[in-house]
Ligand binder design. Structure first.
Ligand code: CP
Ligand code: NVA
Length: 310
Protein backbone atom coordinates (compact mmCIF):
# COMPACT_ATOMS: atom_id res chain seq x y z
CA UNK A 1 0.00 0.00 0.00
CA UNK A 2 1.06 3.64 -0.50
CA UNK A 3 2.19 5.81 2.43
CA UNK A 4 -1.27 7.43 2.46
CA UNK A 5 -4.88 6.34 1.99
CA UNK A 6 -6.37 8.98 -0.28
CA UNK A 7 -8.29 7.08 -2.91
CA UNK A 8 -9.56 3.57 -3.57
CA UNK A 9 -8.07 4.10 -7.03
CA UNK A 10 -4.62 3.55 -5.53
CA UNK A 11 -5.48 0.22 -3.88
CA UNK A 12 -4.94 -3.10 -5.61
CA UNK A 13 -7.51 -5.84 -5.34
CA UNK A 14 -4.96 -7.67 -3.17
CA UNK A 15 -4.70 -4.66 -0.80
CA UNK A 16 -8.49 -4.68 -0.46
CA UNK A 17 -8.61 -8.42 0.22
CA UNK A 18 -5.87 -8.09 2.86
CA UNK A 19 -7.70 -5.20 4.55
CA UNK A 20 -10.90 -7.26 4.59
CA UNK A 21 -9.21 -10.35 6.05
CA UNK A 22 -7.72 -8.22 8.80
CA UNK A 23 -11.12 -6.57 9.32
CA UNK A 24 -12.71 -10.01 9.78
CA UNK A 25 -10.28 -10.64 12.65
CA UNK A 26 -10.78 -7.22 14.20
CA UNK A 27 -14.56 -7.41 14.01
CA UNK A 28 -14.62 -10.81 15.70
CA UNK A 29 -12.22 -9.72 18.44
CA UNK A 30 -12.09 -5.89 18.75
CA UNK A 31 -9.24 -5.86 21.28
CA UNK A 32 -7.14 -8.55 19.53
CA UNK A 33 -4.45 -5.97 18.67
CA UNK A 34 -4.99 -3.69 21.64
CA UNK A 35 -1.37 -2.54 21.89
CA UNK A 36 -0.43 -2.32 18.24
CA UNK A 37 -0.55 1.49 18.14
CA UNK A 38 0.84 1.91 21.62
CA UNK A 39 2.89 5.11 21.85
CA UNK A 40 1.47 6.42 18.58
CA UNK A 41 -0.65 9.54 18.14
CA UNK A 42 -2.97 10.33 15.23
CA UNK A 43 -4.32 13.82 14.61
CA UNK A 44 -7.83 14.27 13.21
CA UNK A 45 -8.14 17.57 11.33
CA UNK A 46 -11.80 18.19 10.50
CA UNK A 47 -12.87 21.29 8.59
CA UNK A 48 -16.42 19.95 8.25
CA UNK A 49 -18.78 18.36 10.80
CA UNK A 50 -18.81 14.61 11.38
CA UNK A 51 -20.39 11.95 13.52
CA UNK A 52 -19.34 8.57 12.08
CA UNK A 53 -15.88 9.43 10.76
CA UNK A 54 -14.70 11.24 13.86
CA UNK A 55 -16.13 8.84 16.41
CA UNK A 56 -15.21 5.66 14.54
CA UNK A 57 -11.62 6.84 14.05
CA UNK A 58 -11.26 7.92 17.67
CA UNK A 59 -12.66 4.61 18.93
CA UNK A 60 -10.52 2.68 16.42
CA UNK A 61 -7.36 4.41 17.62
CA UNK A 62 -8.31 3.82 21.26
CA UNK A 63 -9.02 0.10 20.68
CA UNK A 64 -5.62 -0.27 19.00
CA UNK A 65 -3.84 1.34 21.97
CA UNK A 66 -3.05 4.68 20.30
CA UNK A 67 -3.86 8.27 21.14
CA UNK A 68 -5.97 10.69 19.07
CA UNK A 69 -6.09 14.48 18.97
CA UNK A 70 -9.09 16.18 17.33
CA UNK A 71 -8.57 19.57 15.72
CA UNK A 72 -11.77 21.26 14.52
CA UNK A 73 -12.02 24.04 11.97
CA UNK A 74 -11.51 26.79 14.53
CA UNK A 75 -8.29 25.35 15.89
CA UNK A 76 -5.83 24.78 13.11
CA UNK A 77 -7.20 27.15 10.42
CA UNK A 78 -5.47 25.19 7.69
CA UNK A 79 -4.09 27.43 4.95
CA UNK A 80 -5.19 30.59 6.78
CA UNK A 81 -3.19 30.73 9.99
CA UNK A 82 -0.45 28.65 8.44
CA UNK A 83 0.26 26.96 5.09
CA UNK A 84 -0.72 23.34 4.58
CA UNK A 85 2.94 22.57 3.93
CA UNK A 86 4.05 23.98 7.31
CA UNK A 87 1.24 22.17 9.14
CA UNK A 88 2.25 18.91 7.45
CA UNK A 89 5.91 19.34 8.31
CA UNK A 90 5.22 20.35 11.92
CA UNK A 91 2.78 17.53 12.62
CA UNK A 92 5.25 15.02 11.14
CA UNK A 93 7.60 15.91 14.03
CA UNK A 94 4.97 15.13 16.69
CA UNK A 95 2.58 12.42 15.55
CA UNK A 96 2.41 9.25 13.47
CA UNK A 97 -0.65 9.90 11.28
CA UNK A 98 -3.21 12.44 10.06
CA UNK A 99 -6.90 11.93 9.24
CA UNK A 100 -8.10 14.91 7.23
CA UNK A 101 -11.68 15.94 6.39
CA UNK A 102 -11.80 18.98 4.16
CA UNK A 103 -13.38 20.77 1.20
CA UNK A 104 -10.86 20.84 -1.63
CA UNK A 105 -9.29 17.51 -2.48
CA UNK A 106 -6.04 19.35 -3.26
CA UNK A 107 -5.70 20.13 0.45
CA UNK A 108 -5.43 16.38 1.12
CA UNK A 109 -2.98 15.88 -1.76
CA UNK A 110 -0.82 18.74 -0.52
CA UNK A 111 -0.87 17.51 3.07
CA UNK A 112 0.18 14.05 1.89
CA UNK A 113 2.93 15.50 -0.28
CA UNK A 114 4.59 17.38 2.58
CA UNK A 115 3.83 15.05 5.49
CA UNK A 116 6.40 12.38 6.28
CA UNK A 117 3.62 10.38 7.96
CA UNK A 118 0.49 8.64 6.55
CA UNK A 119 -2.44 10.88 5.61
CA UNK A 120 -5.94 9.40 5.46
CA UNK A 121 -8.72 11.03 3.44
CA UNK A 122 -11.61 11.42 5.89
CA UNK A 123 -13.75 12.96 3.10
CA UNK A 124 -13.16 15.72 0.58
CA UNK A 125 -15.52 17.30 -1.94
CA UNK A 126 -14.14 14.78 -4.43
CA UNK A 127 -14.12 11.44 -2.62
CA UNK A 128 -14.86 9.46 0.53
CA UNK A 129 -12.74 6.29 0.36
CA UNK A 130 -13.04 5.18 4.02
CA UNK A 131 -16.81 5.11 3.59
CA UNK A 132 -16.77 3.09 0.42
CA UNK A 133 -14.18 0.60 1.65
CA UNK A 134 -16.46 -0.06 4.63
CA UNK A 135 -19.40 -0.34 2.22
CA UNK A 136 -17.62 -2.94 0.08
CA UNK A 137 -16.83 -4.87 3.25
CA UNK A 138 -20.51 -4.69 4.22
CA UNK A 139 -21.58 -5.98 0.79
CA UNK A 140 -19.04 -8.85 1.07
CA UNK A 141 -20.52 -9.71 4.49
CA UNK A 142 -24.10 -9.73 3.24
CA UNK A 143 -23.62 -11.56 -0.05
CA UNK A 144 -20.49 -13.62 0.80
CA UNK A 145 -19.05 -12.35 -2.48
CA UNK A 146 -18.53 -9.16 -4.44
CA UNK A 147 -18.19 -10.29 -8.03
CA UNK A 148 -21.39 -10.06 -10.05
CA UNK A 149 -23.37 -8.04 -7.48
CA UNK A 150 -25.33 -5.21 -9.07
CA UNK A 151 -25.33 -1.89 -7.20
CA UNK A 152 -27.50 1.04 -8.31
CA UNK A 153 -26.54 4.47 -6.99
CA UNK A 154 -29.36 7.00 -7.16
CA UNK A 155 -28.82 10.72 -6.51
CA UNK A 156 -25.98 13.22 -6.74
CA UNK A 157 -22.76 12.43 -8.63
CA UNK A 158 -20.78 13.43 -5.53
CA UNK A 159 -17.79 12.32 -3.41
CA UNK A 160 -19.42 9.07 -2.30
CA UNK A 161 -20.48 8.33 -5.88
CA UNK A 162 -16.88 8.88 -7.06
CA UNK A 163 -15.45 6.48 -4.50
CA UNK A 164 -18.09 3.90 -5.46
CA UNK A 165 -17.00 4.34 -9.07
CA UNK A 166 -13.40 3.60 -8.11
CA UNK A 167 -14.29 0.75 -5.75
CA UNK A 168 -17.08 -1.24 -7.38
CA UNK A 169 -15.46 -2.13 -10.73
CA UNK A 170 -12.21 -2.98 -8.94
CA UNK A 171 -13.89 -5.80 -7.01
CA UNK A 172 -16.18 -6.92 -9.83
CA UNK A 173 -19.40 -5.18 -8.75
CA UNK A 174 -21.59 -3.90 -11.61
CA UNK A 175 -22.52 -0.30 -10.93
CA UNK A 176 -25.38 1.71 -12.43
CA UNK A 177 -25.70 5.38 -11.58
CA UNK A 178 -28.78 7.56 -11.94
CA UNK A 179 -28.35 11.32 -11.53
CA UNK A 180 -30.07 14.41 -12.89
CA UNK A 181 -28.42 15.61 -16.13
CA UNK A 182 -26.37 18.39 -14.57
CA UNK A 183 -25.27 16.33 -11.56
CA UNK A 184 -23.40 13.48 -13.22
CA UNK A 185 -20.14 12.25 -11.66
CA UNK A 186 -16.79 13.65 -12.75
CA UNK A 187 -15.92 12.58 -16.32
CA UNK A 188 -12.37 11.45 -15.52
CA UNK A 189 -13.63 9.26 -12.69
CA UNK A 190 -16.19 7.68 -15.02
CA UNK A 191 -13.47 7.12 -17.62
CA UNK A 192 -11.22 5.44 -15.03
CA UNK A 193 -14.14 3.32 -13.82
CA UNK A 194 -14.99 2.21 -17.36
CA UNK A 195 -11.38 1.20 -18.04
CA UNK A 196 -11.24 -0.74 -14.80
CA UNK A 197 -14.56 -2.45 -15.45
CA UNK A 198 -13.27 -3.78 -18.78
CA UNK A 199 -10.27 -5.33 -17.03
CA UNK A 200 -12.39 -6.84 -14.27
CA UNK A 201 -15.28 -7.95 -16.46
CA UNK A 202 -17.76 -5.76 -14.60
CA UNK A 203 -19.96 -2.93 -15.87
CA UNK A 204 -20.40 0.82 -15.32
CA UNK A 205 -23.59 2.41 -16.64
CA UNK A 206 -24.93 5.95 -16.34
CA UNK A 207 -28.63 6.91 -16.42
CA UNK A 208 -30.75 9.99 -15.88
CA UNK A 209 -33.83 8.06 -14.81
CA UNK A 210 -33.80 6.30 -11.43
CA UNK A 211 -36.12 3.43 -12.45
CA UNK A 212 -33.76 2.45 -15.29
CA UNK A 213 -30.73 2.20 -13.03
CA UNK A 214 -32.37 0.10 -10.32
CA UNK A 215 -33.69 -2.60 -12.64
CA UNK A 216 -32.37 -5.96 -11.41
CA UNK A 217 -30.30 -4.31 -8.67
CA UNK A 218 -29.14 -6.27 -5.60
CA UNK A 219 -28.41 -3.01 -3.80
CA UNK A 220 -29.76 0.53 -4.06
CA UNK A 221 -27.39 3.13 -2.62
CA UNK A 222 -28.18 6.79 -2.05
CA UNK A 223 -26.67 9.85 -0.40
CA UNK A 224 -27.81 13.39 0.41
CA UNK A 225 -28.81 15.67 -2.47
CA UNK A 226 -26.92 18.54 -0.84
CA UNK A 227 -23.45 17.70 0.40
CA UNK A 228 -21.58 19.67 3.05
CA UNK A 229 -20.39 22.94 1.58
CA UNK A 230 -23.25 23.19 -0.93
CA UNK A 231 -25.92 24.32 1.53
CA UNK A 232 -26.74 27.42 -0.52
CA UNK A 233 -27.98 25.16 -3.34
CA UNK A 234 -30.25 23.09 -1.08
CA UNK A 235 -33.55 24.63 -2.23
CA UNK A 236 -32.94 24.27 -5.94
CA UNK A 237 -31.47 20.80 -5.49
CA UNK A 238 -34.61 19.65 -3.66
CA UNK A 239 -36.62 20.47 -6.78
CA UNK A 240 -34.17 19.01 -9.28
CA UNK A 241 -33.64 15.73 -7.40
CA UNK A 242 -37.32 15.09 -6.62
CA UNK A 243 -37.54 12.12 -8.98
CA UNK A 244 -34.40 10.57 -7.46
CA UNK A 245 -35.91 9.67 -4.12
CA UNK A 246 -35.37 6.13 -2.83
CA UNK A 247 -38.87 5.14 -1.72
CA UNK A 248 -40.84 1.88 -1.61
CA UNK A 249 -42.09 2.40 -5.16
CA UNK A 250 -38.52 2.53 -6.48
CA UNK A 251 -37.48 -0.39 -4.30
CA UNK A 252 -40.18 -2.56 -5.90
CA UNK A 253 -38.53 -2.06 -9.31
CA UNK A 254 -35.29 -3.72 -8.20
CA UNK A 255 -34.63 -7.36 -7.26
CA UNK A 256 -36.75 -8.92 -4.55
CA UNK A 257 -34.94 -8.44 -1.19
CA UNK A 258 -32.79 -5.70 -2.69
CA UNK A 259 -30.67 -4.14 0.07
CA UNK A 260 -30.65 -0.39 0.72
CA UNK A 261 -27.48 1.50 1.59
CA UNK A 262 -26.80 5.09 2.64
CA UNK A 263 -23.54 6.47 4.00
CA UNK A 264 -25.46 8.73 6.45
CA UNK A 265 -26.25 11.36 7.58
CA UNK A 266 -29.62 10.99 5.82
CA UNK A 267 -32.03 13.77 5.02
CA UNK A 268 -35.14 11.71 5.66
CA UNK A 269 -38.03 12.61 3.36
CA UNK A 270 -35.62 13.90 0.70
CA UNK A 271 -33.30 11.30 -0.87
CA UNK A 272 -34.79 8.46 1.20
CA UNK A 273 -38.12 7.89 2.94
CA UNK A 274 -38.49 6.81 6.58
CA UNK A 275 -40.27 3.70 5.40
CA UNK A 276 -37.24 2.57 3.38
CA UNK A 277 -34.43 3.61 5.70
CA UNK A 278 -36.20 2.02 8.68
CA UNK A 279 -37.44 -0.95 6.67
CA UNK A 280 -36.18 -4.56 6.55
CA UNK A 281 -34.01 -4.00 3.46
CA UNK A 282 -31.96 -1.22 5.01
CA UNK A 283 -28.41 -2.01 6.13
CA UNK A 284 -27.35 1.58 6.84
CA UNK A 285 -26.28 0.96 10.43
CA UNK A 286 -24.26 -2.11 9.46
CA UNK A 287 -22.40 0.19 7.08
CA UNK A 288 -21.89 2.71 9.88
CA UNK A 289 -20.61 -0.01 12.25
CA UNK A 290 -18.19 -1.36 9.67
CA UNK A 291 -16.50 2.03 9.39
CA UNK A 292 -14.94 1.24 12.78
CA UNK A 293 -13.70 -2.24 11.90
CA UNK A 294 -12.38 -1.39 8.43
CA UNK A 295 -10.65 1.77 9.60
CA UNK A 296 -8.82 -0.22 12.27
CA UNK A 297 -7.43 -2.41 9.50
CA UNK A 298 -6.46 0.68 7.45
CA UNK A 299 -4.65 2.18 10.45
CA UNK A 300 -2.71 -1.03 11.05
CA UNK A 301 -1.78 -1.32 7.36
CA UNK A 302 -0.52 2.27 7.21
CA UNK A 303 1.12 2.63 10.60
CA UNK A 304 2.47 -0.91 10.86
CA UNK A 305 3.33 -1.72 7.24
CA UNK A 306 5.32 -4.84 8.20
CA UNK A 307 2.44 -6.35 10.17
CA UNK A 308 1.39 -9.78 8.89
CA UNK A 309 -1.74 -11.68 9.86
CA UNK A 310 -0.66 -14.99 11.35
N1 CP B 1 -20.73 8.78 6.55
C1 CP B 1 -19.98 9.72 7.18
O1 CP B 1 -18.82 9.97 6.81
O2 CP B 1 -20.59 10.29 8.23
P1 CP B 1 -20.08 11.58 9.04
O3 CP B 1 -20.17 12.74 8.10
O4 CP B 1 -21.00 11.68 10.21
O5 CP B 1 -18.66 11.34 9.44
N1 NVA C 1 -21.90 13.51 0.25
C1 NVA C 1 -21.97 13.78 1.66
C2 NVA C 1 -21.38 12.65 2.42
C3 NVA C 1 -21.40 12.79 3.90
C4 NVA C 1 -20.77 11.66 4.62
C5 NVA C 1 -21.26 15.08 1.97
O1 NVA C 1 -20.17 15.29 1.44
O2 NVA C 1 -21.79 15.89 2.73
Amino acid sequence: MDKDFISIKNLTEKDIEEIFLLTDRLKKDPFRFKNILSGKTIVLIFQKPSNRTRVSFEVAIFQLGGNSIYLGKEEIKLGVRESIKDVAKTLSRYVEGIVLRTFSHNTILEMAKYAAIPVINGLSDFSHPCQVLADLYTIREKFKRLKGIKLAYVGDGNNVCHSLLYGCPKVGIDISIATPLDYTPDKTVVKDALLLSKKKDSSVKLFNIASEAVENADIIYTDVWTSMGKEKEAKIRKKIFKKFQVNSKLLKLSKKNCLVMHCLPAHRGEEITDEVIDGPNSIVFDQAENRLHVQKAILIKLLKPNFKII
